[in-house]
Design a protein. Sequence first.
Length: 74
Amino acid sequence: MMRSLLYEAAQVLLTQVKRWSALKAWGAQISRRRGHKKAIIALARKIAVILHRMWIDGTEFDWGKRSDGAAPSV
């Protein structure tokens, strides 16, 4: 079940989310190079890794990299 939810989250992020994020840009780049289906799988895995690190570290999600170079507030 988790696999299908990650796949769906990645697909929605690539196709329906309008807001810019580093994840979406990364997925779009993979999509142009390797194809849409492979990009969805790669993005689903990346989301899983991010969720795992957030769970282990207790950090919060940040939509994108900060342009001012400051560390994200926790």
